[in-house]
Design a protein around this ligand. Sequence first.
Ligand SMILES: Nc1ncnc2c1ncn2[C@@H]1O[C@H](COP(=O)(O)OP(=O)(O)OP(=O)(O)O)[C@@H](O)[C@H]1O
Ligand SMILES: [Mg+2]
Length: 299
Amino acid sequence: MSDQASKLRILVEERAEEEAQARQIGELYLDVPENVRVIAITSGKGGVGKTNLAVNLAVGLQLAGKKVMLIDADIGMANVNLLMGSVTNRSLIDLLEDDVELDDVVEEGAAGVKYISGAASIEAALNLNRFNQKKLHKKLSRCSDLADIIIIDTGAGLNRNVIEFVLAAQEVLLITTPEPTALADAYAVIKAYSTYTERRNIKLVANRIHDEEECYEVVEKLNQTTKKFLGLSVDYLGYIYEDRAVLEAVQKQEPFLIAKPDSPASRCILELVKSLLSGEKMGSVSNGWRSFLYRLFGY
Ligand SMILES: Nc1ncnc2c1ncn2[C@@H]1O[C@H](COP(=O)(O)OP(=O)(O)OP(=O)(O)O)[C@@H](O)[C@H]1O
Ligand SMILES: [Mg+2]
């Protein structure tokens, strides 16, 4: 991860310069009030539950009365639409066609959650020339008319694609399981971001927890390490129980919150929804979605 960390440093430095320019150019635009929350979900190790958290949190927030949009930014496997139980014909990159508008790529899934599927298109989007980036940026801006909360399912680890989304997001949920390898990779993510950005907007979600004691141990272990080596503690949002209902729902291609609303994992999601809606917003970055797009496309 250290090689990835130095790539991250370069990226953050470039980004800081671009952001300074963005403020000059786009000050007026950025000052338009907008209250969309942008929450990126990431992890160090793969397969620890990002997509399940993203999908079920989106459904939970939607059921709590919010308008939620979910964007699949995991280029490895576009499995948000699998869990949403529907097939998407179009993805984000189709917005580059002149006759394709945002509504054409936004699908409606479980509980009315809106989502945009990603697949390889996200990486392509980040590598576009300025003209096409602007086009995409303009069309995507309208997402803030469709949602109060935008959740982004990123890939795992510290590759460029993930970093771009995590750095651009206002709030970040870092999910880990109690496994030592997952914890080590979660620590590497915290370390990388804490070294190169001042923002302290990461909150921890512990997944596949057997009892509260185990969750406490996960948070303690990570916190001891971050305090010792980085001089900071990680915020903690909540946990999700190890639960067969998760696997069963995945097999049925349904969010577990819909398939098994009374299951332990579903109750945990509802607690996470409560914490997210009642707690302080994690980040201090203003103008959620517009600010996110400016950061993402590096103006
Ligand atoms: N709380 C849980 N209880 C039981 N099984 C779980 C739980 N969370 C996740 N799983 C299992 O782990 C699998 C992987 O979950 P998920 O696809 O959400 O991970 P991911 O982090 O998005 O993976 P990737 O890095 O490949 O995108 C699920 O299909 C399920 O079988
Ligand atoms: Mg995933």
